[in-house]
Write a protein that binds this ligand. Structure first.
Ligand SMILES: O=C(O)c1cc(=O)[nH]c(=O)n1[C@@H]1O[C@H](COP(=O)(O)O)[C@@H](O)[C@H]1O
Length: 303
């Protein structure tokens, strides 16, 4: 595969670049909700979630570059659910799909290391290519996880501005002294929103690993339903290496392909357009065509 016009680089950024080049930015969610299992004629059980996940993988392979299993819908079935998830993860990775495990983990750094070892160690039974991470304990608590990911060719997507409307109260709160915020260096009392500070801190980590290539290994989650200006997030500020963005909020939550450029500005080439229910409700027979159509729609909107 050729590079995506940004130079391939190595590490997770390079893996993302090749998927974006080959398939465009669509990320297919694997969310076996009960109502979907029922619509698909599958039982609400680990076996149903396994079958659902494997069918989504089959439909996505060769049509999209990235899948995002929602771990919650497997975890609810306990060890049998994890066993099902292991099969889905392995099937997806064996078909060349990039797998983002959506588990939203977070803890003090030594405990977080346990999660990251499980999800991001090559050869682990739950190995994924990247993991979603919750930074509520401070971005500094993620430091060793970010290092582990970058050292192992893996990625993290750190929640920064999530798509749910309840998030604004916490994520829009203002904090003093964002790490790489220019204003905070000249005025020690200058503030940034929590969302903006998380983006700056993640970008600063990637800058320290610039030798890995033009796209960073650590990305952020920015929901496509969010009012970014209200959070003080400027999509046109520079990030070097480029900052990968996982963007849920498309389809069922309201955003559409035609919103991508307006919302993500200069970050558009590194933004993964993530949809779950709006694709999955096409059912097992219609899913492949739905993925083809949406992948094409998203690519066309970005030309
Ligand atoms: O990390 C995520 O993917 C995520 C972050 C966020 O801010 N909002 C959000 O909806 N998600 C996840 O993205 C998926 C959205 O599903 P749909 O609304 O059905 O497309 C779910 O698995 C959510 O858990």
């Amino acid at each position: 595969m050729s590079d995506a016009g940004f130079g391939m680089g190595f590490g997770f950024g390079g893996v993302l670049a090749s998927a974006l080049e080959a398939f465009g930015p669509l990320c297919v969610g694997i969310d076996p909700h009960d109502f979907l299992l029922q619509d698909w004629g599958l039982p609400s059980s680990a076996a149903g979630a396994r079958e659902f996940g494997l069918r989504v993988v089959d439909a996505a392979a060769g049509r999209a570059g990235i899948v995002k299993p929602q771990v919650a819908f497997f975890e609810r079935f306990g060890s049998a659910g994890y066993s099902a998830l292991e099969e889905v993860l392995a099937a997806a990775r064996s078909k060349g799909l990039i797998v983002i495990a959506d588990a939203k983990r977070g803890d003090i750094d030594t405990s977080l290391a346990g999660y990251v070892e499980g999800w991001l160690t090559p050869g682990s039974p739950i190995e994924a290519d990247a993991l979603t991470i919750n930074p509520f304990q401070g971005v500094a608590s993620l430091e060793s996880a970010m290092e582990y990911a970058a050292d192992n060719g893996k990625g993290l997507f750190v929640l920064a501005a999530t798509s749910n409307p309840e998030a604004a109260r916490v994520q829009g709160a203002r904090v003093v002294g964002s790490a790489s915020d220019q204003a905070s260096r000249t005025d020690p009392l200058a503030t940034a929103t929590v969302s903006r500070a998380i983006i700056d801190d993640v970008s600063a980590f990637n800058a320290g690993r610039a030798e890995q290539g033009p796209i960073g290994s650590i990305g952020v989650v920015l929901g496509a339903t969010v009012d970014f200006a209200a959070l003080g997030i400027d999509m046109n500020s520079a990030h070097s290496p480029a900052l990968p963005v996982l963007a849920p909020g498309f389809g069922h939550q309201g955003a559409t392909a035609t919103d991508v450029r307006r919302l993500f500005g200069a970050l558009t080439p590194f933004t993964l357009v993530s949809e779950s229910r709006s694709l999955l409700q096409a059912g097992p027979r219609g899913l492949a065509a739905a993925i083809d159509a949406r992948a094409e729609e998203v690519r066309a909107a970005l030309v």
